[in-house]
Ligand binder design. Sequence first.
Ligand code: UDP
Ligand code: MG
Length: 316
Amino acid sequence: MDISVVVPLFNEAESLPELEAWIARVMKANNFTYEIIFINDGSTDTSWKVINDLKAKNPCVKGVCFRRNYGKSPALNVGFERAQGDVVITMDADLQDSPDEIPELYRMITSDGYDLVSGWKQKRYDPLSKTIPTKLFNATARKVSGIKNLHDFNCGLKAYRKDVVKNIEVYGEMHRYIPYLAKNAGFAVIGEKVVHHQARKYGKTKFGLNRFVNGYLDLLSLWFISRFGSKPMHIFGFLGTLMFLVGFIAAIVVGASKLYAMYHGEPYRLVTDSPYFYIALTMMLLGSQFFLAGFIGELIARTASERNKYSIREEI
Ligand code: UDP
Ligand code: MG
């Protein structure tokens, strides 16, 4: 099979028939063999019924129905597990992404050697309250992930080599950072294609402004996990040891200077009257805490199911 189109959706009943017809038209015109996997993420409208009707007309349509709303990431993840095509295309169900981009995306993966091609909504049809924070979001994501050539991390329209989707796990709200997940899994050839974007035709957006707060926190977690996830001691142990040593030396200096003063008959005071004593104490306490955090992190990393996960390109 050439192409799997993965479409996560939550209450998009009005858009689905148009979307399916459009995708089918493009596939037919280009002679692609394909499947469309609709993942109904706990819709409360008639979306699932619409998908059933579409399936009755077109055997290339497949559907997965969640029992409740889990979010876009779990929906994509199921789609990735099911996908059988050589190239996997994800797109939103709201008709904001155009299926006409599919042939070129397919060509970029199969002929140009890209592992992942992300759409870039260069001209967006979204409210300003969304486009401006998005610019900031993308600049931060570029910096942190080190994928410098992407302008639009969270574009719903993306194409993947099959290997990529079988080697990453999209969880929580990590769908915003799939290129980063792919990079961490060793897929380095990541490209971009300018795509057409349209205003939402039916329904309304499913994400509010809190997407930017959560997105920022997720980015921090991803960065941290990719740097220290498998070796937490390297950061916490280092910081902990350093702090403890500084505190320890400071404590000795405080105590020794008092002994020195006593011995030489100079005026002296209680060590607890010296601010340095408290600084030393805090440093030693924090230092041991950091160290312990590192140690516990190591114990967790040791048993994590991913401790030895590698994606292999080829073997002879
Ligand atoms: N979506 C989903 N589960 C959710 C929220 C959204 O499957 O919990 C789907 C939604 O139906 C759409 C896609 O994710 O197909 C993108 O959502 P939306 O268009 O609301 O996001 P925006 O375009 O505003 O970023
Ligand atoms: Mg949308």
